[in-house]
Write a protein that binds this ligand. Structure first.
Ligand SMILES: [Zn+2]
Length: 334
C-alpha cells in the first residue's frame, strides 16, 4: 500500500519486464506485502504494560489501528495465525491498472468476498474507541483498515452524544471499500449500488458460489476456483464503459494522498501520545506514523497480539487481543 518510488507509471503492457520503470515499484509493493515482523523488544510484564497504557490514555493520544482490530468482527488478518498471505498475496496497483486478466480475477474474487465483508459489524472495541473520540479523550482515530467499521461505530457514538460529540473524523489511511472509481474517467459509484449491478450480471451463478471464512482477505478478496473466475461477468463504468474499475482503496504499490498524510501529521501534533492497536505496522505508510511520533518524542504504546515493527521505540507494549484490552482499559480509566 506504499511505494518506495514516487515515479509516475505509464505503460500499456500487461506484463512487467524487468527493465520497465514500474517493475521496481511492483517489486517493492510485493516485498511490503510479504514482510515478516520479528520481535525487536523484550517481553513486557502485563501489569506494567496495561497500567502504562492507562497513563498514555490520559495524554489525549492518537489511536492507530490495523487488521488486528477487525479480527474480532470476523474479518481475517493478512498476517495473523490464519493469515491469508499464507496462500495468496493482495493485488498491487500496477496489476490493477495494467493486467486485464488479474483485474477480472480480482473482481470475481471480490464479488464473492464482499458479501462476507458486508455482514461484519463493529465490536465493543470499536465502540469504546468511538466513545473516547466523541468524549475528546483521544485526539482521533487513524485506521489502516478499509472495512469502514470505525466509521460506522463513530456515526453511532456521535448520534448518541448529540451536541456533546467532540469527535475528530476517522481517517482511513488506505481509503475505504465504500466506493468504486473508474481509472479512465474518474467517475465514482457507491460500492453497494455497484454490488447490485454485479449481482444482476452474475445472478445465475452467484447462488452456487459460497466460500469458507478462512479463504477471505481483509480487503474482501476471496480465494475461489478458476472455473468461477471464468464464469464471472464483469460490469462496466456507467459513464465511459471501461472495465478499469477499482475500489477507492490505496493498493499495495500505490501512494497515500498527501492531503491525508498532512491531516494525520496535524492530528499527531495535537496528540500527547500514540497508541497502536492491532497492527504489526508491516506496511510503510503505517510504520511512518510511529517514526513520526518517535521523532516528536511522543510516548508510544502498542496493543497487539504479535510483534509490531518499531516496538523497541514503544514505552508500553501489551501483547494481547485488542478487544479485551480495550474493554479492560475502558474500565480502568477514571
Ligand atoms: Zn469511466
Amino acid at each position: 500500500m506504499t511505494s518506495s518510488s514516487d515515479r509516475p507509471i505509464s505503460f500499456e503492457n500487461s506484463s512487467f519486464p524487468e527493465e520497465h520503470p514500474a517493475y521496481a515499484t511492483h517489486q517493492a509493493a510485493i516485498r511490503s506485502v510479504q514482510r515478516v515482523i520479528d520481535n525487536s523488544a523484550p517481553y513486557q510484564n502485563v501489569q506494567v504494560a496495561s497500567t502504562g497504557l492507562v497513563q498514555l490514555l490520559k495524554l489525549k493520544p492518537l489511536i492507530l489501528t490495523g487488521a488486528g482490530m477487525s479480527t474480532d468482527s470476523g474479518i481475517p488478518d493478512y498476517r495473523g495465525p490464519e493469515g491469508s498471505l499464507r496462500h495468496s498475496r493482495p493485488m498491487t496497483y500496477q496489476e490493477f491498472l495494467h493486467d486485464d486478466a488479474a483485474r477480472h480475477r480480482y473482481w470475481a474474487r471480490s464479488f464473492v468476498g464482499w458479501r462476507h465483508m458486508h455482514q461484519a459489524t463493529p465490536h465493543s472495541g470499536h465502540e469504546i474507541l468511538a466513545r473516547w473520540n466523541a468524549a475528546d479523550r483521544i485526539s482521533g482515530i487513524v485506521t489502516q483498515n478499509v472495512d469502514g467499521l470505525h466509521q460506522r461505530s463513530q456515526r453511532k457514538a456521535d448520534a448518541k452524544a448529540g451536541a456533546m460529540a467532540h469527535s475528530s473524523p476517522v481517517i482511513a489511511l488506505h481509503g475505504s471499500m465504500d466506493e468504486i472509481e473508474c481509472l479512465v474517467c474518474g467517475t465514482k459509484e457507491d460500492r453497494e449500488a455497484f454490488g447490485h449491478r454485479l449481482y444482476e450480471a452474475n445472478a445465475e451463478v452467484a447462488e452456487r458460489w459460497q466460500v469458507a471464512h478462512a479463504d477471505i482477505n481483509p480487503d474482501g478478496d476471496a480465494r475461489i476456483p478458476q472455473q468461477w473466475i471464468d464464469e464471472f461477468t464483469m460490469v462496466h463504468c456507467l459513464n465511459c464503459g471501461s472495465d478499469k474499475l477499482k475500489p477507492t482503496v490505496v493498493y499495495f504499490g500505490e501512494i497515500v494522498p498527501q492531503q491525508r498524510k498532512d491531516a494525520i501529521s496535524a492530528l499527531l501534533a495535537d496528540s500527547g501520545a500514540l497508541i497502536i492497536v492491532g497492527s504489526s505496522l508491516a506496511v510503510m505508510s503505517g510504520y511512518r506514523i510511529l517514526l513520526e511520533a518517535d521523532r516528536a518524542r511522543k510516548p508510544i504504546g502498542i496493543i497487539n497480539l504479535g510483534p509490531t515493527r518499531g516496538e523497541e521505540r514503544a514505552t508500553f507494549r501489551w501483547r494481547t487481543g485488542v478487544k479485551q484490552a480495550l474493554e479492560w482499559l475502558d474500565k480502568h480509566l477514571v
